[in-house]
Design a protein around this ligand. Sequence first.
Ligand code: SF4
Length: 361
Amino acid sequence: MPRLGVYIHWPFCRSKCPYCDFFSRVKKDVDQAAIVDGYLADLEYYRGLNDGYTVDSVFFGGGTPSLLEPKQIARILDKIAALWPLSEQPEISLEANPNTDRPGLFADLRAAGINRLSLGVQALNDADLRFLGRTHGVKEALASVDSVLKNFDNHSLDLIYARPGQTPAAWERELRQAAALGMKHLSLYQLTIEEGTVFALKNVPAMEEEAAAALYRLSEELTSAAGYRQYEISNYAAPGSECRHNLGYWQGDDYVGVGNGAVGRLHCGKKLFSTTHPRQLEEVTPRERAEELTIMGLRLNEGIDKTRFAALSGLTWEDFADRGQLAALKDEGLVEETPQNVRVTPVGRLLLNYVIEQICL
Ligand code: SF4
């Protein structure tokens, strides 16, 4: 049976971070049970569209899903297990912020069924945490890392780099410290200034491209020296600890998305549909599918498997990609291609948006 990911979006946060353009709401005292009732009904609806899947991963993202009570998480996981067959060892991830005033939260999340914890540390110095609008400090972050390591075998830590004024030496110190913590996975995101955010309104400058590229290359070197393997443009894992749920997105697996900010990709018969909240379905054309597989697949170091690309989109890679543009990208050393596979080179990773535009437009 084809594998399926399930994404649960919990949109609420304690405060709005000034760089954040995700769908999130600052709201206390929401009626969690009532909202989760709606999620359970949506899960049933999506299950009714296709009964041919096995659930291999569940991902609680946000927003701040660590604000969702463990008993509500358990209700959602019980429902998923009642609706779909599960693979032998499904990956069940949750994103958490380090500041929790709930003692024993990580142990309770583990007991509720979460088996992979992704911790949004973002920086390992207090001044930058304040600049990023985070409501935790380094001390709290490190205490949370300890608790995550005690309660989970599978874990990830997020950091944001290319903060204004951040030097290579400062980033190296932080990244070395993060890599020494023993987390199995690191997600390293470049700070970008997105329209509509507080940083954009305040004209906070994005780091100059060359300087940010130098920090990116440093990230690749330091993570590799620490035993992590880069498998996606922003993601590094100890061998075997890649995030299966996110790999599903990048490789073109189907997934259910539940919650206000969630999207999904589901087959009904032979047709693929894009789903958005609340239960809106729109058919995905072969051309749209091919573009999506290109945008997602080129993020991966392994690139795009052309046989899989053709099976999922109905178009061969040769028919889809502009041969002239592709030849130029190969001449520039940005893309490598074999009869079976196409991928971006390490230099191409620094210009990924340009590479994708050239291939898709
Ligand atoms: S906690 Fe995450 S989702 Fe919430 S505002 Fe901050 S960055 Fe955005």
